[in-house]
Write a protein that binds this ligand. Sequence first.
Ligand code: GLP
Length: 243
Amino acid sequence: MQVLTFKDYEELSANTAGFIADAIADNPSLTLCMASGSTPALTCDFLVKKLKDDKTDYSKFSFIGLDEWAGLPPTNTGSCHYFFKTKIFEPLKLRSSQYYLFNAQAANLQKECRAMDQLIIDKGGIDIMLVGIGMNGHIGFNEPGTSFTALSHVAELEEITKSVGQKYFDGPVELGKGITIGFGHLMNTKKVFLMANGSKKAEVIKKTIEGPVTESFPASIMQKHTDGFILIDEEAGSLLKDQ
Ligand code: GLP
């Protein structure tokens, strides 16, 4: 695992987008799996711009959404689906056969999980994952206590995840479960980027990098990934020993 620190959110986002855009240019048929959220929002804008400016062929890459709030329709403006539709799929005019997201309204969410596991196998694995980190150290909806070998699964969400998650919605919404790609897939992914910005993430970033590797603090799994990168701005890194 390597830690790369950038001056501020803008530099962090531009560089993260650069890593992904370059990877797509090098391997036009790669499979990218991404989290939505406040953290990667600007990265998405830079990524779209860079792919277009560089005239990169992005017609062949595959996109997989990391997670979704269970029960939400894709039209809900707080859903991960809506985020990707407006920030990636529409601006890049991706074909619908190019992207894969959990159907969080499926009657059988377990079936949805097995279909995602099979899709990842069919794609020959994920090439790049870009994930964020929650205030309890979660990645996707891999909440504290999730096995480091878990595949796609439905997770009961902690109170903090449900309360912090309210920020994505126009008004109060009842959140209960999440559906997510698991750590078994993260560990098999060729390259993983975990990004974080702002002083509110400083504590969880310190635990991720300097704390013990334990399933009770999910993001600590990054220490075990041989091609894992922690991408942060100076504020998120402000509590690290070497700062
Ligand atoms: C959410 C999502 C994660 C996301 C994380 C951080 O609950 N399930 O995929 O990475 O929390 O979100 P943000 O970037 O908005 O801080």
